[in-house]
Design a binder for this molecule. Structure first.
Ligand SMILES: [Zn+2]
Length: 270
């Protein structure tokens, strides 16, 4: 909580610096502009940098010699996620799915299938608000809680891993995740699959960057579909395997099986 308070103090101090403008002189304007700019840049860094540890502890790597974790955000998607699951099953790769609660509620059978096939299901908030770092405290808690509740309803356990929309931070994220029993997981490799138009280029970009311990960020739901990623993925998997990499989950699956009060676990057997 101390870091949240420090962040708010920085926010207030940055804005309070505007009083230095009075009485107006050129030197006061320069001083105020400098303080305001530096304060704002620090705040933007803390809120937007995906691997910054300051506002919330987060993990962006996996343990193990020549291990990699492939993670898929924003799904489930009724068309693309089943195709992705087919590829992962054919290639015998286990992945981690950061699902959007609202979408998971719409397509619960896809999430159940992913869980039943050995993948890990994690919380990517309830509705994927792009202005996540500006949410009110109540709304932030709701986004986290409803996301976890959706996974619990569908799979019978509360997820243990969390990733925010676009990796954005929030000054209150650390205490709220602690309350919800969630660990923040970011990534080492942003593949930029959201902009990719050419499967060959996407595959080459991933293969060029991949190193041991990476957590790779991909998406199984995009406005224009994920066919580029789906086409690139089999080649990426084959080549990385040839190089001796092993695909692991972003967190232990046993950890996900947390005892819940209600016996929703029966659904996970499907
Ligand atoms: Zn996302």
């Amino acid at each position: 909580m101390a870091r949240s308070a420090t962040f708010f103090a920085l926010f207030l101090a940055t804005h309070a610096s505007l009083v230095l403008l009075y009485p107006f002189t050129l030197s006061r304007l320069l001083l105020t502009a400098s303080i305001y700019t530096v304060g704002t840049l620090i705040m933007l860094y803390l809120l937007f940098h995906p691997r910054s540890q300051w506002l919330v502890d987060n993990r962006s790597r996996v343990e193990g010699e020549r291990c990699l974790a492939v993670t898929f955000d924003d799904g489930p998607n009724p068309l693309d996620t089943p195709k992705l699951l087919d590829i992962l099953r054919d290639k015998n790769v286990k992945a981690t799915f950061f699902v959007v609660g609202k979408r998971a509620d719409q397509y619960p059978e896809i999430v159940r299938r992913a869980w039943a096939e050995g993948h890990l299901i994690a919380n990517h908030t309830w509705s994927h608000r792009h202005l996540f770092c500006f949410l009110t405290p109540g709304r932030l808690r709701t986004e986290i809680e409803r996301g976890s509740e959706s996974v619990r309803r569908i799979c019978g356990f509360r997820p243990r891993l969390f990733r925010s929309p676009v990796g954005l931070r929030h000054p209150l994220l650390r205490p709220y995740l602690k309350d919800a029993g969630l660990e923040y997981v970011s990534w080492t490799m942003r593949t930029r699959d959201t902009f990719a138009r050419n499967p060959g280029m996407l595959a080459r970009r991933i293969l060029k960057q991949a190193t041991s311990g990476d957590i790779i960020l991909l998406h199984d739901h995009l406005p224009d579909g994920t066919h580029v990623m789906l086409e690139a993925l089999p080649r990426v998997i084959d080549e990385l395997r040839q190089r001796g990499f092993e695909f692991v989950l972003a967190g232990p699956r046993e950890d996900a099986v947390v005892t819940t009060q209600e016996p929703a676990a029966s659904e996970s057997a499907r």
